[in-house]
Design a binder for this molecule. Sequence first.
Ligand SMILES: NC(=O)N[C@@H](CC(=O)O)C(=O)O
Ligand SMILES: [Zn+2]
Ligand SMILES: [Zn+2]
Length: 434
Amino acid sequence: MSAPGSLLITDVRPYGEGDPVDILIVDGVIAEIGPDLTAPAEAERIAGGDAVLLPGFVDLHTHLREPGREDTETIASGSAAAALGGYTAVFAMANTDPVADNSTVTDNVYRTGREVGLVDVHPVGAVTVGLGGKQLAEMGMMAAGAAKVKMFSDDGKCVDDPLLMRRALEYAKGLDVLIAQHAEEPRLTVGAVAHEGPTASRLGLAGWPRAAEESIVVRDALLARDAGTRVHICHASTEGTVELVKWAKAQGISITAEVTPHHLLLTDARLESYDPVNKVNPPLREERDTAALRRGLADGTIDCVATDHAPHAAQEKCCEFSVARPGMLGLETALSIVVETMVTPGLLDWRGVAKVMSERPAQIVGLTDQGRPIAVGEPANLTLVDAAASWTVRAADLASLSGNTPYADMTLPATIRATVLRGAVTAHEGAVRR
Ligand SMILES: NC(=O)N[C@@H](CC(=O)O)C(=O)O
Ligand SMILES: [Zn+2]
Ligand SMILES: [Zn+2]
């Protein structure tokens, strides 16, 4: 499925480098790159306005709430949010209702995503039946279905039983699929709603210690070593996790890790207001953690950025902190937060942004048509970034059906001028194209 016909994008700088060029796309594939290109009269045209041209972003961690909670997000609304955020592929987590633990659900999510057509929606399959942590799901059936499921995760819950995790990794090796772990030792987080530290103590909130994450990270690194397979760590949130992933990689263990935009920018200082918009799993931590995560992302210890876009209804967020649902929106603000935390301080250049938001995530999960070089003959999955622009986040203006953004009223750098999926313009100047 690629857009038939031609699209001419004028005046863009691939990876923010060199003089502006034009890009001619024919039938979904980059046909020419150079100055002052000509296109057939009927070709669609987009004025780049000196935008930075990047490969389309790939999100390994998105929660679309379909099936089950279509009041908070649908595959259509989440796809729109993704396209507006510069994404051309997203991985939709399995903690839906019903759970995506069988190929009927995963194939339906996949097909609906194709029908919407704004972004490639790849369903994530559950590792265990019903996310129950007791019995392995039929991973092989999901991998063999129409969706060709490539990633499995019980995200929202940790696969905490070490023997079951070991078996899951062994099966994943045989199927050549990826297991992504929500690293949380549940015995250490009973009742926890905030990072365990001085802020939570002062505010009287039950704490989630760093060790709850780190003990699972190191355990799963060792299990992956013994199984001779790979494991991916969801939403790394602590300084210790960065150290452990670095250690594991140095041992030759096949481990990868993602960080969310909110764990790069926000700390538990946010909790002073008791506003549950700041409640998330794993919790917002301290400045030494955000600093270590930024350094880790810059030096490649942390492989990529993933949003953990987690829409929730107002009535489940605007309530007492301890009972509010954890999670925050992320798709439409991710690039801006990465610019704020990584590009502006000089930790990443635009090549680096392409790497952590597109190339590495595509490689980690084995997508062959995403995260590709901007070159002739490559699929035209592209994002145009207006690096000089800024915008003020308004929850009501977001395409998501939910409003739980922690960045409301903040003015952030960089906007997405356009997103192109296989030659089709999916978003342009803040509006989706259907
Ligand atoms: N991150 C969150 O706080 N919540 C996620 C689940 C998860 O990612 O663990 C959700 O599904 O709402
Ligand atoms: Zn999680
Ligand atoms: Zn999640």
